[in-house]
Structures are given as C-alpha cells and as structure tokens.
Write a protein that binds this ligand. Sequence first.
Ligand SMILES: [Zn+2]
Length: 148
Amino acid sequence: MAVMEFIALYFLLAIAVGMLAQKRGRNSAQWFFISILVSPLISAIFILVQPDLAEVARSRQNEADLKKCPQCAETIRKEAVVCRYCGYNFMSIEQRPLPTGARHDTRTYRGVIYVMYPDGRIAATIAGRDYNWNDFDEFKAFVDPQAK
Ligand SMILES: [Zn+2]
C-alpha cells in the first residue's frame, strides 16, 4: 500500500511541476514527463533556477510598447499622442479632430502647416508645440517676424 501511495504522490508532484513549468513560460507536458523520469524535486529546482520565460516575454512586450519622446527624451507609451512629461504632440495638425462646425482648411505658410477656422483664427504646431492666433496677421508676425 505504501508503494501505491508513493507512486500517487510522485505522480501528483510531477503534475505540480508541469503546472510550475507552464507558469514560468515552459512546456507543461514536457516537464511532467521529465519529472516522472528524473524526479519532481530535481525538475522543480531546475525550473526555478532557470529564467522565468513568461516574465522575459512580458518585459520584452513592454519594451516593444514604448517609444522615446523626440523633445524631452523620456520613454513613453507607443500609443501616446501627447508626451506626458513635456506635452510634445505627436499628431500633426491635419490629423487632429477639428471643433464641430470647423472647416478642415489646411494650408502652408513659409513651411508651416496651419489650419484656418471659419472665424479667421489660426492654429499650428511648430516643433511639437501647439499655437493659436486670433488672425492671420498675428500668425504671420510669429512665423516671419521680419515681414511687414
Ligand atoms: Zn516629452
């Protein structure tokens, strides 16, 4: 009877090793059989001293989800549209949603892409920063201070 109990315990420990292997990103069936052949204890120790593959995969995924802000060099989420450190805006003026009723009227002045709203206000993004002007003259004076 003691032999049967030992075999049952050995078998349960091998299953536990398989579960441990899976939790650490390894093949559970493969480690179940290794446990049966080698011993659950040795197999479990081997799995625990080896790198946690599930953790390695997670941190690799996290790195892939990040990008570097061109303005402040902080690391931020890849999906981020605005940098949470310095406010750098990754979305160009043409991609941004306009206020309701606004006409999507994009033009370029001296290499600066700007949007003119129906009421004459101007918005533009220069080097990642948003600017607003009340009219075209203000905008012109900002972009090209020499022009008169
Ligand atoms: Zn930034």
